[in-house]
Design a binder for this molecule. Structure first.
Ligand SMILES: *Cc1c(COP(=O)(O)O)cnc(C)c1O
Length: 396
């Protein structure tokens, strides 16, 4: 009998041949600046744990207490019997933190985009979307059945052209952009996009996954950075990056959040986030409201590391955030660089990123800086990057 899955073997071999087959590392410790990865203790420059909250004692304690009080599972979707007092508390705290009217806490950032987009636009409507928007935005757009029109990355003139040439043919329009783009660490021109949308009556939506806990006053995000608080119709966030836990948030105007609560399928048909996760998120909001010290430390560390990399002669791209892409050109160079970092003593965990996640010839290692890194950690990182950079002829 013919092998039903010969096509998979063929496709997998093709991925292997192009160096695109992903090998998934296994983590053997809590997330922090040092982690056990595939059995080796290494310095971690790989996770989105911007503020070091993923293993923070206050968050862990909150989660443990919540398990004692609430148990482990919600056993229902939120619209039927699963909305806990904790869920509502977190939503109100997040709304206040971001300076918006209301918020809805969902299972993940990915889920938040699936939940938020389809209720806002459908057949006969149009979505204007940045070429480099996150996969969860792309999928959310597809689920909506609206027409999807892509404008060039952060290109205001192209965005305006696409809008004026097309908007007349549709009933409603929605513009969606990532706040911070995760591969380059650059920022959307949010103020200008907002102004453009205001002029054309377009619904505004920003996904601030890499900006929350990082940008703005005390980590209040990209909308706060641009002082547009409360103006965006929809702000998507994640509690799994800087907040160190799990879950997504849809924040914005009350009328919009009320509507999404009625219509969003991941909210209506999938169970709620656990009490433990929710309580840990509440503790994260407490920490951020109490002090800006962690956010400050994140930026101090970022400046120190980036300056060191520049002085060593590396091209670290156009990032304006703690995301630090070390540009290496060919995918094979980035892969070899990452292998040598991991093999060094002490080893360094930083993954190569190549086509199709980034364009051909723009392969890189993406370094993620955290407030949890010590000065020593950053120096170790700089020293190891520099010596491998010289070995491979990337820097002089
Ligand atoms: C990481 C990310 C998400 C997904 O968030 P999760 O909570 O991990 O599902 C969504 N949007 C953007 C822009 C992201 O960077």
């Amino acid at each position: 009998m013919a092998d039903k899955f010969a096509w998979i073997t063929e496709e997998m071999n093709a991925l292997e041949g192009q160096g695109l087959r992903t090998t998934i590392r296994t983590i053997g410790s809590a997330c922090g600046p040092w982690m056990v990865v595939d059995g080796k203790r290494v310095l971690n420059f790989c996770t989105n744990n911007y503020l070091g909250l993923a293993n923070h004692p206050r968050l862990k304690q909150a989660a443990q207490e919540a398990v004692e009080q609430w148990g482990v599972g919600p056993a229902a979707v939120r619209s039927i019997a699963g909305t806990l007092e904790l869920h509502r508390q977190l939503e109100q705290r997040l709304a206040a933190f971001k300076g918006v009217e209301d918020a809805l806490y969902v299972q993940s950032g990915f889920c938040a985009n699936q939940a938020a987009i389809p209720p806002m636009v459908g057949k006969g409507d149009v979505i204007f979307t940045d070429r480099l928007n996150h996969a969860s935005i792309i999928d959310g757009c597809r689920l909506s059945s609206a027409k999807i029109l892509v404008y060039e990355h952060c290109d205001l003139a192209d965005c305006e052209r696409v809008i004026t040439e097309n908007i007349g043919q549709y009933r409603r329009a929605l513009l969606i952009t990532d706040g911070v783009f995760s591969m380059d660490g650059d920022m959307a021109p949010l103020d200008q996009l907002f102004e453009l949308c205001e002029r054309h009556g377009i619904i505004t939506m920003v996904d601030d996954a890499h900006g929350e806990g990082v940008l703005g006053h005390g980590g209040r995000g990209i909308v706060d950075h641009f002082q547009l608080n409360g103006k965006f119709d929809l702000e998507i966030g994640t509690l799994s990056k800087a907040f160190g836990v799990m879950g997504g948030v849809i924040a914005g105007k009350k009328v919009v959040i009320d509507w999404i609560r009625q219509k969003a399928r991941p909210f209506l048909f999938s169970s709620a986030v656990t009490a433990a996760d929710t309580a840990a998120c509440l503790a994260a909001v407490d920490l951020l409201e109490e002090s800006t010290a962690l956010v400050q430390k994140l930026w101090d560390n970022t400046r120190y590391f980036k300056e060191g990399m520049r002085q060593a002669g590396f091209d670290i791209g156009a990032s304006v955030t703690p995301i630090t892409p070390v540009m290496l050109g060919e995918a094979t160079v980035a892969q070899e660089f990452s292998r040598r970092l991991f093999a060094a003593e002490p080893g360094i965990f930083a993954m190569p990123i190549g086509f199709p996640t980034v364009p051909q010839g723009k392969a890189r290692i993406r370094v993620m800086i955290s407030a949890a890194h010590t000065q020593d950690d950053l120096e170790t990182g700089l020293k190891t990057f520099t010596s491998i950079g010289r070995e491979l002829g990337v820097i002089g």
